[in-house]
Design a binder for this molecule. Sequence first.
Ligand SMILES: [Zn+2]
Length: 71
Amino acid sequence: MVLNLDDYVCEYCGKPCKNIVYAAFVCDDPECLEKARIDRGGPGGHMKRKAEGKPIIPADLEEVAEELNKQ
Ligand SMILES: [Zn+2]
C-alpha cells in the first residue's frame, strides 16, 4: 500500500503532512512530533500497558498481531 502524504495534513496544526510517526500524521514541526509521541504514551508507554495487564508489543505491530491471531 502506498500512502500519498499529500492527501493528509498534520493532526496537530493542520499543515501538510510530512511524516507518519507513532501512527499519527504530522508535519515537520518538532512540537507536533512531540505531541504525537506523548499521545502515543511516550517512552514509558509499554510500561503503562504492563500496568494495565495488556500484552507488551510495539503498538505499531498490534494490528498485524490481531490479523495473525485471526488466522
Ligand atoms: Zn504540525
